[in-house]
Design a protein around this ligand. Structure first.
Ligand SMILES: [Cu+2]
Length: 119
């Protein structure tokens, strides 16, 4: 009898341990941040066209060896942002639905678009 309940207790401990590991990921922020990556490489945004849900953050990463670029939402009437040098990252969170075309300032032919869905 004693042995059996000991076994039950240790199983309980293991379960509690698992819960302790798992809980913080639920209890932390109310919603885990969704991040989508776009690579900048060989003079292209890749993928150039993405569709995301509202509230998602897009992270552009310049993976070129030497070339700088930027991510410019010119159509929104914004000023051209700073250059992204190799290894640099630009993040932007999209909280409204719509289509958001962008381009690279120094290279007008480099273009991309972010489609933001309502949910
Ligand atoms: Cu560029």
């Amino acid at each position: 009898m004693g042995r059996l309940s000991n076994f039950g207790f240790s199983r309980l401990l293991v379960l509690a341990g698992i819960l302790c590991l798992a809980l913080p990921s639920f209890a932390g922020s109310p919603e885990p941040e969704k991040v989508v990556e776009v690579t900048i490489y060989k003079m292209r945004f890749d993928p150039a066209e993405i569709t995301i849900e509202k509230g998602t953050t897009v992270r552009w990463i310049n993976k070129e060896k030497r070339q700088y670029h930027n991510v410019w939402f010119e159509a929104l009437g914004e000023e051209e942002p700073d250059y992204l040098f190799p290894g640099d990252v630009y993040e932007r969170r999209f909280d409204e639905a719509g289509d958001f075309p962008y381009r690279c300032g120094p290279h007008e032919e480099m273009r991309g678009i972010v489609h933001v869905r309502d949910e």
